[in-house]
Design a protein around this ligand. Structure first.
Ligand code: ZN
Length: 134
């Protein structure tokens, strides 16, 4: 696998509006989009730092992945997303190298990206998302 850059860093927050204000007021960043991703039971807000995005994730359902994460660990860094050329091909390659996959096939993430998650048990404890623009 050869990621081209860090596409975004995903951060779990309990209140999206409060977190947006903090990023705008403290870091002077501008939230350029809020998007609900029903599939992942989250509302997301995006900021751009260089070519890397900060993706804030607020759960819309306590049973969803971010709801469970916050209940267990509290707010904080949730995942890192590496940009790759082709998610489907990289998943096949990752599986061949013995990486445990959370998603065996790409699915649709925020901003229309193809995304897939690798299991943190296989990636030194960090939840890694690979993603690409179609
Ligand atoms: Zn993400």
């Amino acid at each position: 696998m050869k990621p081209t850059h860090i596409e975004h860093i995903g951060i779990a927050v309990s209140n999206l509006e409060n977190a947006i204000s903090m990023y705008e007021n403290v870091f002077g960043l501008k939230c350029y989009k809020i998007e609900e991703v029903a599939d992942q039971k989250v509302r997301t807000a995006f900021f751009l730092i260089g070519q890397t995005k900060i993706e804030l994730l607020e759960s819309t359902d306590p049973e969803g992945p971010i709801g469970k994460f916050i209940e267990k660990k509290g707010e904080g860094m949730h995942h890192i997303a590496f940009a790759v050329d082709n998610v489907e091909e990289q998943l096949i390659e990752a599986e061949k190298s013995g990486i445990r996959l959370i998603d065996s096939k790409p699915r649709k993430g925020a901003e229309g990206l193809d995304i897939a998650f690798l299991h943190p048990k296989s990636t030194a404890g960090v939840l890694i998302e690979i993603c690409s623009h179609k």
